[in-house]
Ligand binder design. Structure first.
Ligand code: APR
Length: 320
């Protein structure tokens, strides 16, 4: 997946470049700036001294020295002053100028911290939305593996109301592993019968022969979407999508199938059909599945809100 939100210490990441949330002097500081300088060693500071500082929203590149990453791109985020001083525009410029440097250097991977969301006080949930929006826009026209490193749980501020309704949905539906068998089988049989009986027998027989790949392509046409917008919204890279398209027996991962369901805004039955074609089923003993099921039944396909909920319940995240 070309864009992943991960929980990690950025100084440990092996990417072509990691991004530093620096200050105008580029001479180090606290937070991630301090952590990167500490891990890189004195060579980084020596090179930074030759750069003559950096303006807010701009980016400059150095080598990575003792870091696993080969390069460091230093960018200076805006200090939060309430949101009326053009902070968002400057923060967007940080991500964009950094990505432009990555393209100029033909990087294949890059890792961002949540710029300005620490010492500079940018509200974390707004900072993460700005990051996701610039990165998603960039990935519509570029191929690059981008990691957004969320260092602490506070970064995802799930609205109270959303948290409460997701929590209620999970407790109403969560079924312990041990008696999932009959519960799930009956549930699946009933859904399977319901969704099949609504279509003619020929359609059902024809669809039963369909592989995952054929079913996906048919759903893309049915929803009037293009291949590109589908795999981009599903955060699946072009190479993987062409493999799925060209190999009718391709076996995707579960997360990829669910990402396509969200991208195509499938309803619950359509999602279950797509999963079934790939040999999977939504499970009542998986919080991840229940959270995805909650959002699909609410027809809320906002990947950011889905990720906020997944993060809040300590689940793996879906890409952009
Ligand atoms: N890995 C990943 N993310 C980290 C790490 C780490 N090792 N350490 C901190 N972070 C996260 C913080 O949790 C925060 O979400 O980086 C984000 C940015 O926080 P800061 O490092 O405080 O950067 P910023 O808010 O942009 O303020 C920059 O702080 O450190 C000084 O010299 C720096 O003056 C500059 C200012």
């Amino acid at each position: 997946m070309p864009f992943e939100i991960i929980r990690a210490d950025i100084t440990q990441l092996k990417a072509d470049a990691i991004v530093n949330a620096a200050n105008h002097s580029l001479l180090g500081g606290g937070g991630v700036d301090g952590a990167i300088h500490k891990a890189a060693g004195p060579g980084l500071l020596d090179e930074c001294k030759t750069l003559g500082g950096c303006k807010t929203g701009e980016s400059k590149i150095t080598k990575g020295y003792n870091l696993s990453a080969e390069y460091v791109i230093h960018t200076v985020g805006p200090v939060w002053e309430g949101g009326t001083k053009g902070e968002e525009k400057l923060l967007r410029a940080c991500y964009r100028s950094t990505l432009e440097l990555a393209v100029d250097h033909n990087f294949e991977s890059i890792a961002f911290p949540l710029i300005s969301s620490g010492v500079f006080g940018y509200p974390k949930d707004q900072a993460i939305q700005v990051a996701i929006s610039v990165i998603s826009e960039f990935l519509m026209d570029h191929d690059l593996m981008i990691y957004l490193v969320v260092y602490d749980q506070k970064a995802f501020v799930l609205s109270e109301k959303l948290f409460a309704s997701v929590k209620a949905f999970i407790s109403d539906n969560y079924v312990e592993e041990h008696h999932i068998a009959n519960e799930n089988r009956d549930y699946e049989m009933e859904v399977c019968y319901y969704s099949k009986s609504m279509r003619s027998l020929d359609d059902v027989l024809e669809e039963l022969q369909e592989t995952f790949s054929e079913h996906l392509i048919r759903m893309i046409d049915l929803k009037g979407k293009t291949d590109v917008e589908t795999y981009k919204r599903a955060n699946v890279d072009r190479k993987l999508f062409s493999k799925i398209r060209s190999d009718k027996f391709y076996r995707p991962s579960r997360t990829t199938v669910i990402a396509f369901s969200i991208a195509l805004e499938l309803n619950l039955d359509e999602t279950k059909d797509l999963l079934e074609k790939a040999g999977f089923a939504l499970s009542r003993s998986s919080k991840f599945d229940l959270i995805v099921e909650y959002f699909i039944s609410e027809e809320n396909y906002n990947i950011h809100e889905i990720n906020e909920a997944l993060f809040a319940f300590d689940q793996a995240l879906l890409g952009v």
